[in-house]
Design a protein around this ligand. Structure first.
Ligand code: AMP
Length: 195
């Protein structure tokens, strides 16, 4: 099997959320990754947007790397259909492995787990621990309240404009995915069977 053109880490809700637009966006993200020869790296769960994204990649013939702590496998939350399922001991090990295996990060709508993962890679980026692109998919304005708060943080001088500039924010899945892959210095040509 040829190596994937890129590995994209997706953080997203273990629930689907109330607006069907979230599931639709997750499916589009998964399909785009597979159709451009990419590989999904994610938390290895079956629930909500996590399962929807992973299944969309697999159904479109793409590769999925799931990385999940043993405690969540014991709760029967693991997606055993992943191309590779890595079962690790701790959450810290999971997040480190997800970050190491990825060329870029994308947060879809989600809850506190998603926010924690997003803010961790954002914090690491501002400190120079990595220089991988980070995106926020603001489907149906889900993140608007958070972005308003971040603007308050800038106006109150806890945050600089340059730190906000470290993330790409968009409501257009395909354009954002292209931007992230290209910013990582990789190409995202459509798979031959998609031309
Ligand atoms: P949340 O946004 O709170 O639903 O949490 C989603 C994020 O936390 C995902 O990106 C996962 O890495 C992790 N997570 C939370 N719940 C689960 C679950 N049931 N199965 C697998 N991972 C989960």
């Amino acid at each position: 099997m040829t190596a994937p053109a890129f590995s994209l880490c997706v953080y997203c809700g273990s629930r689907p959320g109330s607006n069907p637009a979230y599931a639709d966006a997750a499916r589009r993200v998964g399909q785009w990754i597979a159709r451009h020869n990419g590989q999904l790296v994610y938390g290895g769960g079956t629930g909500g947007l996590m399962g929807i994204t992973a299944n969309a990649v697999l159904e479109a013939g793409g590769r999925v790397i799931g990385i999940i702590p043993k405690a969540l496998v014991d709760k029967e939350w693991a997606h055993h259909g992943c191309t590779e399922l890595h079962i690790v001991d701790t959450m810290h090990e999971r997040k480190r492995m997800m970050a190491e295996k990825s060329d870029a990060f994308l947060a879809l709508p989600g809850g506190i787990g998603t926010l924690e993962e997003l803010f961790e890679v954002w914090t690491w980026r501002q400190l120079g621990y990595h220089d991988k692109p980070i995106g926020i998919l603001n489907t149906a304005d889900y993140y608007q309240g958070l972005l308003d708060f971040m603007a308050t943080s800038v106006s109150q001088e806890f945050l600089g404009d340059w730190q906000m500039g470290l993330v790409n924010i968009s409501d257009a899945p395909e354009a954002l995915l292209r931007e992230l892959v290209q910013s990582a210095g990789l190409t995202c040509a459509p798979r031959l069977d998609q031309i």
